[in-house]
Design a protein around this ligand. Structure first.
Ligand SMILES: NC(=O)C1=CN([C@@H]2O[C@H](COP(=O)(O)OP(=O)(O)OC[C@H]3O[C@@H](n4cnc5c(N)ncnc54)[C@H](OP(=O)(O)O)[C@@H]3O)[C@@H](O)[C@H]2O)C=CC1
Ligand SMILES: Nc1nc(O)c(N)c(N[C@@H]2O[C@H](COP(=O)(O)O)[C@@H](O)[C@H]2O)n1
Length: 219
């Protein structure tokens, strides 16, 4: 599977404030760029922290761009939540309507929560004992035809993907603001690396809105 990570940070590397509320760091041009990235993906993923903070639907994408790649009848990209214990609320926007939503869970998810996710329209994919085993879960997604995954965050999931060596490409929009705060989420949180830091090769730099888009391949 090809895994692409895209997120927007403040100039000081924050995804949001310490309140963990959704902040529009991107401007219109960058949101349009993200819609094109979504259109190129088989599925768009976020972690449960992002679902609980932002309640995203992940439905919006550039339909014209998708049709130009896949034809007019192409179905929209599927949605994915990384959610060990199936905490995704039944009324979460990410479970509403179409397209399909895969909930990547672990064995620790109680049967009642798995059933609640299914009743709300989601499809659990179980990998790992306590937390989601991301490598196994992505294999599960591949088995249902997902070859290109766009991950939008948040910082915990992005770090774990890097830690597991699963990221192929990283794109970051750096906006023109400073958020600050030691408890505010950053692009890659988790425990952090202390050695053997992932290495990136800079592929492109583009001015957009009042910020810049940086695109790296992961070596
Ligand atoms: N500016 C931007 O582009 C974006 C900003 N955001 C912001 O980011 C914040 C949310 O980020 P964050 O709190 O880091 O949450 P995440 O969305 O990264 O979700 C983290 C949760 O995912 C679950 N999880 C399951 N398995 C794993 C695993 N193997 N590795 C890591 N996590 C796993 C964990 O919960 P459990 O154990 O219960 O399963 C964990 O707490 C919000 O403030 C949101 O607004 C989010 C996306 C993009
Ligand atoms: N690219 C980007 N720029 C920002 O400034 C953002 N705040 C985000 N957030 C991500 O977008 C998701 C919401 O998407 P929908 O409104 O459902 O289309 C949100 O959950 C974050 O993952 N992204």
């Amino acid at each position: 599977m090809y895994v692409s990570v895209n997120a927007a940070t403040s100039a000081d590397g924050k995804l949001s404030s310490r309140r963990r509320e959704q902040i529009a760091i991107s401007g219109d041009e960058d949101f349009d760029r993200v819609d094109r990235l979504r259109a190129e993906a088989d599925a768009v993923a976020v972690g449960i922290g992002t679902v609980l903070a932002d309640d995203p639907s992940l439905v919006r994408h550039d339909e014209t761009h998708r049709a130009s790649i896949r034809g007019e009848d192409a179905s929209p990209p599927a949605r994915v939540v990384v959610d060990s214990t199936c905490r995704t609320p039944a009324n979460a926007a990410i479970l509403a309507g179409k397209p399909e939503t895969y909930v990547l869970a672990s064995e620790a998810a109680p049967d009642t929560r798995r059933a609640a996710v299914e009743d709300a329209g989601g499809t659990p994919v179980v990998a790992g004992e306590e937390r989601v085993d991301l490598s196994g879960a992505l294999d599960g997604l591949e088995s249902v035809g997902i070859e290109r995954l766009l991950v939008e965050g948040g910082g915990e999931v992005i770090f774990s993907l890097f830690e597991a060596g699963l990221v192929d490409e990283l794109t970051v929009y750096v906006g023109d603001t400073v958020i600050g705060g030691r408890d505010a989420p950053t692009l890659a949180d988790g425990e952090g690396f202390v050695s053997e830091f992932p290495e990136l090769a800079l592929e492109a730099v583009e001015r957009l809105d009042s910020g810049v888009v940086l695109e790296w391949n992961v070596l």
